[in-house]
Ligand binder design. Structure first.
Ligand SMILES: O=C(O)CCC(=O)C(=O)O
Ligand SMILES: [Fe+2]
Length: 331
């Protein structure tokens, strides 16, 4: 690890993984994002614009690129990378959207930033059946969804792997904060299996590695979907991947159910609450970390909490069968 990295608080062991941009880095990134935002045709979902974003992502400030690259190599124990002091638009933001399935189509500075950072980490993708396949989605409270287990809800959002039911779920989820909640402490909750693993007993570990669970598609997916039976823990026994949604994953027998409950308790115990402020973007490694959100009280007055969300995957080729025209949207 170089001394520059040490001074940024980023650490490949990931116990603290916050990179705060300096004023100079922020200005550099602002000019890059502004230039990209002005690039024709000014639409996030245009393949030509996306190609420019991919090209330009190699011009991020060096320290930021290095942190993203280190995070991609190994997401650390926390499994998250938070980048703070990102440039936000100088002009006032429009009101926070309040409609279901809200997305950002225009290449605003925040949308450009989310795609630039996501493109440095991997390839930014979306799902046809969720939020119209738009690459930059809005995470905002929606009156009609208040009680739902979706990002439009305002009840406690259960821990989940993003799109756990999907064979090509994203490798990373990125959340960029544009506007904070009225209440100060609305936290995105994250919990890493690397931290929870030592709290699990042998029986639970064995059962969680077996195909004794099934997961439904989330309500934001306008398609009915149910996975085939799957394990919740996979890969290296000493450092497994996790795939679970505590709202949508069903245990297929009683022991599986007990093991799932033990896993949830362990994750709750090791969780951290990350309160995103405007100009903060968190990337969550979706193979190691489940995420959720505390309950909050939106006012639907145009000043509610507003995040942009992007999904990133690493092996674009692997999902080719699911991406018509070799585009960014998975079916
Ligand atoms: O609101 C949040 O902080 C997280 C919502 C969420 O899980 C998501 O948008 O995928
Ligand atoms: Fe999520």
């Amino acid at each position: 690890m170089t001394s520059t990295m040490a001074s940024t608080n980023t650490d490949h062991r990931g116990d603290t993984s916050v990179l705060e941009l300096t004023g100079g880095e922020r200005a550099e990134l602002e000019s890059l994002a502004r230039q990209l935002a002005r690039t024709g045709p000014g639409l996030v979902d245009d393949p030509g614009w996306q190609a420019t974003a991919r090209e330009e992502s190699c011009r991020l400030p060096g320290r930021l690129s290095r942190a993203v690259r280190a995070f991609r190599h190994d997401a650390g124990n926390a499994g998250t990378l938070t980048i703070s002091n990102l440039p936000m638009p100088a002009e006032p933001l429009p009101p926070t959207p309040t409609v279901p399935d809200s997305v950002e189509r225009r290449t605003t500075v925040p949308a450009a930033l989310a795609v630039l950072l996501g493109s440095e980490l991997g390839t930014v993708i979306a799902y046809r059946d969720e939020k119209f396949g738009a690459l930059v989605q809005n995470v905002v409270p929606v009156p009609a969804l208040a009680g739902s287990q979706s990002n439009g809800g305002s009840v406690q959002l259960e821990f989940h792997t993003e799109n756990a039911f999907h064979p090509h779920r994203p490798d990373y989820v990125g959340l960029l904060c544009l506007r904070p909640a009225h209440e100060d402490q609305v936290g995105t909750q994250v919990a890493s299996i690397r931290r929870a693993l030592p709290l699990l007993d042998e029986e639970a570990l064995t059962v969680l590695r077996e195909a004794r669970f099934m997961t439904e598609a989330p309500p934001s997916f306008h398609a009915v979907g149910l996975s085939s039976p799957h394990p919740v823990l996979g890969g290296a026994p000493e450092d497994p991947d996790i795939c679970v949604d505590f709202h949508a994953t069903r245990a297929l027998d009683e022991r599986a159910e007990k093991s799932l409950a033990q896993l949830r308790e362990a994750l709750v115990e090791v969780r951290s609450d990350v309160v995103l402020r405007p100009g903060d973007m968190i990337f969550v490694d979706n193979r190691l970390v489940v995420h959720g959100r505390v309950a909050f009280s939106p006012r639907y007055d145009g000043n509610d909490r507003w995040l942009h969300r992007v999904f990133v995957h690493l092996d674009h080729r692997r999902s080719r069968r699911h991406r018509p025209d070799n585009g960014a949207v998975l079916t």
